[in-house]
Design a binder for this molecule. Structure first.
Ligand code: KG4
Ligand code: ZN
Length: 350
């Protein structure tokens, strides 16, 4: 099966051709919009939607070209149907629907979070259930992945997502956006023990997260030291260390819950943009070893937003006959576990 995957829910315009036979990723093109957003200090939804509109046609043509196929060889079109910045989601959905209609192809609206959740199965042969730490710019959750379309949430953030904490921290430290990679680079020259930032929620019996206090603590630590380079490096290292410790501590609680519920299952997976962070990957590998879990992480290029994960989720859904109608309406919110209570706390978005 050859599937087109389109992703436009945030600040990357991405398109891929994915197969479930032989070489799985036939093309995977990601166009970052950061040059356009950086002068504004963050992602501007309107600019993002316009940029998707400007580049998507060309990107799809380039992906098909790289895969060496035309529309006629495709068996379906998968696109992010939400959650995300609604203007961008609409651009992707309209494009995918137009292709599906013009070429009589099945149409699949993929939950962006399910794209991240299943990305590991694109590169590794692993069965359900597995425990997932999903850490991105918009989300920070611990979930049991029971099957395609079947997720049980153990915990979520009460305010900011982990990626947001990296991005806000970078902004305070005068580092370029996106913040995660900038903090990771700056931290290499820093000492994470020179300044100790708080570890919100550490030791709590639930699996929830909170990161908004870290930003305040960072701002306080930075006060009147200005942006002296060693100070910035030390604070970047301190922030990365604090976020990593929180993620590891909460994951440890989730492992116990997961084990209790799913008996012999023993795989921990990390996904989402923050999963590209080497310090986090190393710490999760160590935790897994200690807990007798198998640890798996997609390659870094498949952690940050991409079309391949959407195409792959499309294949997984198509195999189960889970197609969508052309009347599918873009969804700004779309929880993976609708039965989980909505998160409550400072700063939680609707
Ligand atoms: O999954 P993603 O590309 O987009 C969303 O769905 O949100 O995640 C983007 C987030 C950003 O907050 C970015 O700063 C963070 O992932 N990120 C990282 C790294 N690379 C990207 N955070 C920490 N370390 C990294 N190397
Ligand atoms: Zn994402």
């Amino acid at each position: 099966m050859l599937m087109l995957g389109i992703e436009t829910s945030c600040d990357e315009t991405a398109c891929a051709v994915v197969s479930d036979e032989g070489q799985r990723i036939r093309a995977n093109l990601v166009l970052s919009q950061w040059a356009e957003h950086r002068p504004h200090g963050g992602v501007v939804p309107e600019i993002a939607a316009r940029a998707h509109l400007d580049h998507l046609d060309r990107l799809i043509a380039a992906a098909l070209d790289e895969a060496g196929i035309g529309f006629a060889e495709l068996q379906g079109v998968a696109v992010t149907g939400g959650p995300g910045l609604i203007g961008g989601v609409i651009v992707g959905i309209m494009e995918a629907k137009a292709i599906a209609l013009a070429r009589s192809l099945p149409f699949i609206a993929v939950n962006h979070l399910e794209g991240h959740a299943l990305s590991i199965r694109l590169v590794e042969e692993i069965d359900f259930p597995y425990l997932l730490l999903l850490v991105s710019g918009g989300h920070c959750q611990l979930l049991a992945c029971e099957g395609v379309g079947r997720y049980r949430r153990f915990g979520t953030t009460l305010d900011d997502a982990a990626g947001e904490a990296f991005d806000k921290g970078a902004k305070l430290l005068g580092l370029p956006l996106p913040g995660g990679p900038a903090i990771e680079r700056a931290a290499e020259a820093g000492d994470p023990r020179r300044i100790i930032l708080p570890r919100p929620m550490l030791g709590r019996p639930d699996c929830d997260f909170s990161f908004s206090g870290l930003k305040t603590a960072l701002a306080r630590a930075l006060q009147d030291k200005q942006h002296e380079p060693q100070r910035v490096a030390d604070l970047a290292a301190a922030l990365q260390e604090a976020i990593k410790d929180c993620l590891v501590d909460r994951t440890k609680v989730a492992i116990a819950r997961f084990r209790q519920r799913y008996g012999g299952a023993h795989t921990l997976v990390v996904a989402g943009g923050v999963a590209a962070n080497t310090t986090l990957r190393t710490a999760l590998a160590r935790l897994s070893e200690h807990e007798g879990m198998t640890f798996l992480a997609p390659p870094q290029a498949l952690c940050t937003d991409n079309g391949a994960m959407i195409g792959w989720a499309g294949i997984e859904r198509a195999r189960l006959g889970l197609f969508d109608g052309l009347d599918f309406a873009p969804r700004p919110r779309w929880p993976l576990d609708p039965a989980a209570a909505p998160a409550r706390g400072a700063g939680v978005k609707a």
